[in-house]
Design a binder for this molecule. Structure first.
Ligand code: UDP
Length: 498
């Protein structure tokens, strides 16, 4: 029997192409898995080293009966002069490596392009850092959707600063300016903007190409939800003149089993998680602070010392995810610090990869210190945690505005200066500032109580967003419906051409 166009259009094939960085891969893979949960056929294209970060979750989903797989490419390490397996942007990426990883990606581009054709994709969901995919999709006559591992607010803020240049109208880098044209009155300083927004550089050129690819895309998808950033969703649509769907929180939607949460990022705490969970379970509800700065950051010893003092003198217990910075002198300080807080049972240090979703959902966790990485903000909102905001690089300073000024669920540690993700920068936040912000977030008092109840309300909204009838659920159904209609139109046009 000949399959009808309608039946063919129902069998939607979507390709996801993540960027080669841990914190772009994690939410994009979760989003791909959410599509597969709705019966869409999914192929994720990445390199072997990066597939290792998430493959177990894909295998589990496949065994759950979902039509999802990874298409693994070999990273051209020899050609670009990198050791085997060095093909990801994360905290351990050596400083001279990023251009080589970009070069490797450029070498892979023709192979990926061929795959889009071979796999007969009906849609490409592409990380923003693959702007060339928009041209390929145009050639193939299929929609390309841009994926941002960032907040809608941050994309809107960058756009409005490019349009109105409010940041150029103050004398000093430390003077405050208001971002014109956003749904809220938000103030920043030039020092808090990414370097490419202050002075033209190659990254700024890349951002122009990315923005152009965004306006040529069928639409944009974000790991966010309407009650979190609805006003910015509308702003994005007007600013970029394309569609825009918030489909989150994808971490909550895709990872419903303990195994998914435990192995997310695929690098389990070396000895397993049982000690950590035993420690957490022995603590009182809302009593522990979770301190983490994401997958890319390393601090200099001078900053580690300030954090250590602030945590040790705070009246709260803590979990701190720390990355080694290869400073031998600092190692001695950290070893002694760890010994002391272990003996007093006040603190738990994680030196590798933390099972963040498992930690955040534990009842003992009462708040967090976050670098304002977008994934972490959304994940902490899944469970309604107020936070100390400590932006560092990328779009973190914009995200801080959302948390502190728009949603009023966080207290700023007072970071003043943007830096690159793989540099230490010159700013060291002092222990007193860190301690003050922690106390404001965790100690009882009107302000903290109100912040906590606002965060809890958002957590309820987040849970509703992904249920049938919720905003993200509706957005996904609408998007899938549109993609099927576009496929049907293509099929009809193609048969007419025959
Ligand atoms: N993450 C984790 N364990 C860690 C560090 C990070 O599971 O030890 C996860 C975290 O849950 C989040 C992602 O890695 O999903 C970090 O992304 P985010 O946007 O917060 O920060 P970035 O890594 O981009 O700075």
């Amino acid at each position: 029997m000949v399959e009808s166009h309608e039946a063919k259009a129902n069998n939607l094939k979507v390709i996801f192409l993540p960027f080669l960085s841990t914190s772009h891969i994690i939410p994009m893979v979760d989003m791909a898995r959410v599509f597969a949960m709705q019966g869409v056929d999914i192929t994720i294209i990445t390199t072997a080293g990066n597939a290792a970060i998430f493959q177990k979750s894909i295998d589990r989903d496949f065994n759950r009966g979902r039509s999802i797989r990874t298409h693994v490419l070999e990273f051209p390490d020899k050609q670009v002069g990198l050791p085997v397996g060095v093909e990801t942007f994360n905290a351990d990426t050596p400083p001279d490596t990023p251009p080589k990883i970009y070069y490797g990606l450029a070498i892979l581009q023709p192979q990926i392009e061929n795959l889009f054709l071979e796999l007969q994709a009906d849609c490409i969901v592409s990380d923003m850092f693959h702007p060339w995919t928009v041209g390929v999709a145009e050639k193939l006559g299929i929609p390309r959707i841009i994926f941002y591992a960032a907040s809608v607010l941050s994309r809107s803020a960058v756009h409005t600063l490019e349009q109105h240049a409010s940041h150029t109208r103050v004398d000093r880098d430390s003077d405050k300016f208001t971002m014109v044209g956003l749904p809220h009155k938000l103030e920043m300083t030039r020092l808090q903007l990414p370097d490419w927004m202050r002075k033209p550089n190659a990254y700024g050129q890349l951002m122009k190409v990315i923005n152009d690819s965004a306006t040529r895309s069928y639409g944009a998808v974000f790991n966010s939800f309407y009650d979190f950033e609805g006003a910015y969703e509308e702003h994005y649509k007007n600013a970029f003149g394309t569609k825009c769907w918030s489909l989150g929180p994808v971490s909550l939607w895709a990872n419903q089993d303990v195994s998914d949460k435990e192995e997310r990022g695929d690098k389990r705490v070396e000895e397993g998680n049982s000690d950590l969970l035993k420690w957490l379970n022995s603590k009182k509800e809302n009593s522990v602070l979770y301190v983490s700065f994401g997958s890319l950051n390393k601090f200099p010893t001078s900053q580690l010392i300030e954090i250590a003092h602030a945590l040790e003198t705070s009246s709260h217990d803590f979990i701190w995810v720390v990355r080694k910075n290869n400073d031998k002198e600092g190692e001695g300080f950290m070893e002694e610090f760890e010994k002391r807080v272990k003996e007093s049972n006040k603190g738990y240090l994680i030196w590798g990869w933390a099972p963040q979703l498992l930690i955040l959902e534990n009842k003992a966790i009462g708040g967090m210190v976050s670098h304002c990485g977008w994934n972490t903000i959304v994940e902490s909102m899944n469970v309604g945690l107020p936070m100390v905001t400590w932006p560092l690089f990328a779009e973190h300073f914009f995200n801080e505005k959302l948390v502190v000024d728009v949603l009023r669920i966080g207290v700023s540690v007072g970071a003043k200066e943007w830096r690159n993700w793989n540099e230490f920068g010159s700013e060291v936040v002092k222990r007193e500032e860190i301690g003050k912000a922690i106390a404001l977030v965790l100690e009882n008092g009107k302000e903290a109580d109100e912040m906590r109840s606002r965060a809890k309300a958002l957590s309820e909204d987040a849970k509703k967003a992904i249920l049938v009838g919720g905003s993200s659920h509706e957005n996904l159904m609408q998007l899938i419906h549109e993609l099927k209609s576009l496929k049907l139109q293509r099929l009809k046009v193609n048969t007419k051409d025959l």
